[in-house]
Design a binder for this molecule. Sequence first.
Ligand code: CTP
Length: 402
Amino acid sequence: MWGAMLAGKNILLIIGGGIAAYKVLELIRLLGKSGAKVVPVMTKAAEEFVTPLSVSALAGVPVRSALFNLEDEAEMGHIQLTRDADIVVVAPATADLIAKMANGLANDMASTLLIARNKQVLLAPAMNVAMWGNAATTRNVATLREDGCAFVGPDEGDMACGEFGYGRMAEPDAILAAIEARFSEGPLRGKRILVTSGPTHEPIDPVRYIANRSSGLQGAEIARALVALGAEVDFVTGPAEAARPEGANVIEVETALEMAAAVEAAGKQDVAIFAAAVADWRVANTSESKMKKSAGRAFPELELIENPDILATVSQRSTGRPSLVIGFAAETNDVIENATAKRLRKGCDWILANDVGGERAVMGGPDNQVVLISEKGAEKWPWMSKKQVAEALALRISEALT
Ligand code: CTP
């Protein structure tokens, strides 16, 4: 593992004003333990949630907060802070801070540092579920991704406001893993890789949906293997059972349409891997209310329409196509022949094909046997754990990029 390289690193930690600020105390402790030096900056609002004294005590250096501190400003303190940093981490990244960054505002110490930065930025968003889902926040996050900012979280869960959903800040250990991943010296360092994973759920009515047996394990293992080699991974996952990969930027979706939108919003990538078992069809005549059975009535008929083919869309982009696009093919017969035709039809570079109709269960199981189809032909890999398949694929990718 190339990793955990935080000793001596200088982390400029910008603390926004949200209830999640209390979790940042634990993050500072974890960073200190891993040998990093934390320089904390708090917004005025952050000081309402945790005291500068607690932050300073844990970081071992005073908190920076006022923009015009004469002593510091004599040496252009705010510019110097970003020059000295190895990375800028924003946690909690509130809707307000995200909006300021996306629009280049600079009216306090935190936002001024962010616009004056010349280092990579990692944001850990935290806000109410409706604020995270708001169109303006979605636009601002897309802009920041486009600008090269990385994200960790938010997670789904109970919120301090009593609501449930996405918006809860990633846990401190997940933020630490995401920071460590940025300093990995693996061969995929600096590469941005998209991975889709898991099944999609296509609603029929408010309580029913069409799904498939994908556990999301192969996709999660691929993301982990890529993170371990130093890649920056955007992991777009449907409602999968498998644990989410640490150190990746996890984007949760439910339907194929949401997955397609998330892939578009993820921005430019060097490599894209489509491990998701996307539903080919969705229900056109979804019902707003629960469908009822009643004696003598005909069975409801589901009208299906085709979902967009995300892999084919990305493979056939005229601009901004990743230099390596990898698809999966789940086949039940004539695996090599079908997958070879699928590679050409979809326009991707490689296909990892597997036989899902054999005796050993691949979908939902721990192991996999794949055939790598590329322009050079078909190469059959032995039965391996999904983790080993992922590691072998990650190495292949790093070889192909160098
Ligand atoms: N895929 C996708 N978007 C879809 C359907 C599939 O991105 N709407 C991707 C999958 O993630 C996988 C690849 O396409 O990487 C193969 O999908 P598969 O369902 O096997 O292929 P199909 O095009 O559906 O062909 P067929 O049904 O004939 O097997």
